[in-house]
Ligand binder design. Sequence first.
Ligand code: AMP
Length: 204
Amino acid sequence: MSAVQDSLRIAQEGGLFDVTIVNEELDTAVAQVISLLLPSLRQKRRVVFILGGPGSGKGTQCARLVQRFGYTHLSAGDLLRGEQQRDSPQALLIKNYIKEGKIVPVEITCGLLLKAMTELEETQAERVFLVDGFPRTFENWEGWQRVVGADVALAFVLLLECGEDVMRERLLARGRTSGRADDNQEAIQKRLRVLRHQTIPLVR
Ligand code: AMP
C-alpha cells in the first residue's frame, strides 16, 4: 500500500481529521480548500472597544494605532455626526441627542457600525476594527449582543483614563474651532455624567 493510500485509509477510519480533500484534480481540490476556508476567514471580523471620557484622546490614539498597525478606526460619534448631515428620517433625532450630550438609541448606533464594517470590508482585507466610543452604556452593550452577537469577536477593551478637569479644558479649547454642538459647558457636564454613571460602571 502506498503512503497516500495509507493516509487515506487512516483518514477514512475517522476521528483524526474533520475533512479530507483528495488532490486528484488540482482545480477541484483548490476550490474545495477555498470553500472550506472562506467561512472561517469571513468570521474573522474582530473589534476592540476603545472607551474613555469625552476629550480623553480616543480619536487621537486610534489614529496612531491605525498608523502603526493598520487597523480600521470607526468612531461611533463620527458615524452619528455623519448620519445627521444626511437627509434621513433619523438625522433630526440624532442631532437632538448629540446636542443634548445624550446617548443615541442603540439600534441606530449599532446599525451604523455594522453598515460601516460591511462597506469597508468590500474594499479592504483588514478585519480588525477599533470601535471608539461604543459601548457607552449597559443598553449599548446589550444592544450590541442582541444585534451583532457572536458574529463579531471582541478582542479586548481599551480604556483611556483622564482627569475631568483636563477633559473639560481640552473640549472647551476644541470647541473654539470644532464647530461641534456638544463642545460647550452644558453638554460637557452631561457627557461627563454619562461617563461617570454609565460607561465606567459598564467597564467595571
Ligand atoms: P464623541 O464623538 O465620542 O465624543 O460622541 C459625541 C456624541 O455622540 C455623544 O455625546 C453622544 O450624543 C453620541 N454618541 C457617541 N457614541 C455613542 C454611543 N455609543 N451611543 C449613543 N450615542 C453616542
